[in-house]
Design a binder for this molecule. Structure first.
Ligand code: PRP
Ligand code: MN
Ligand code: MG
Length: 187
């Protein structure tokens, strides 16, 4: 679909599906279906988390409610600026609710640590994170993440929500981008 822009498939569609089921089962064990705090509130971080968020919500055997925040720290570059901007805030008050932030990837960790600080000031009953991917070698800050799908090497990956300059989000798998696409190499 994108010619030979994708250098290799890192995680297949089937592997993602199996991992989503696994994470859904782990998460559902920690939140009772009839919690006094109300339904588990999934806070998806737009745009990257959109595919993971919808698949996870469908796989979770407990009732959830879906809210979204849009933040951006990357623009069209391949490395985080560390400056996080809110493009869209939550519509609802999260005080007293069980909140689970849903992310596609933790790279430097700067987006998430900023988001954790921001949301914790709004007094949720609990605040946890689930991320499909994490790059342990790229972490530049300490962030506590209860649920991680895959630890991956520090290569630039796209697909299943992850973009480069807004492209490739629609791939159903996660692949590495050919370095030619983001500059430098000629073949
Ligand atoms: C990407 C990704 C995470 C964040 C991770 O979002 O979806 O949200 O960067 O990077 P970090 O751990 O180094 O902060 P991006 O800012 O590209 O916005 P997008 O989700 O709209 O693509
Ligand atoms: Mn994102
Ligand atoms: Mg992005």
């Amino acid at each position: 679909m994108y010619g030979d822009d994708i250098a290799s498939v890192l995680i297949t569609e089937e592997e993602i599906e199996a991992k989503v089921s696994e994470l859904a089962e782990l998460i559902s064990k920690r939140y009772p279906a009839d919690a006094p705090e109300g339904d588990l509130l999934l806070v998806g971080v737009l745009k990257g988390a959109i595919f993971f968020m919808t698949d996870l919500a469908k796989a979770l055997p407990i009732p959830t409610q879906l809210e979204f925040m849009a933040v951006s720290s990357y623009g069209s570059s391949t490395s985080s600026s560390g400056v996080v901007r809110i493009m869209k805030d939550l519509d609802k008050d999260i005080a007293g609710r069980n909140v689970l932030i849903v992310e596609d990837i933790i790279d430097s960790g700067l987006t998430l640590s900023w988001l954790m600080r921001n949301l914790s000031t709004r007094n949720p009953a609990s605040l946890e994170v689930v991320t499909l991917l994490r790059k342990p070698d790229a972490l530049r800050t300490q962030v506590e993440v209860a649920n991680v799908g895959f630890d991956i090497p520090s290569e630039f990956v796209v697909g299943y929500g992850l973009d480069y300059a807004e492209r490739y989000r629609d791939l159903p798998y996660i692949g590495t981008l050919h370095p030619r696409v983001y500059g430098g190499e000629t073949d």
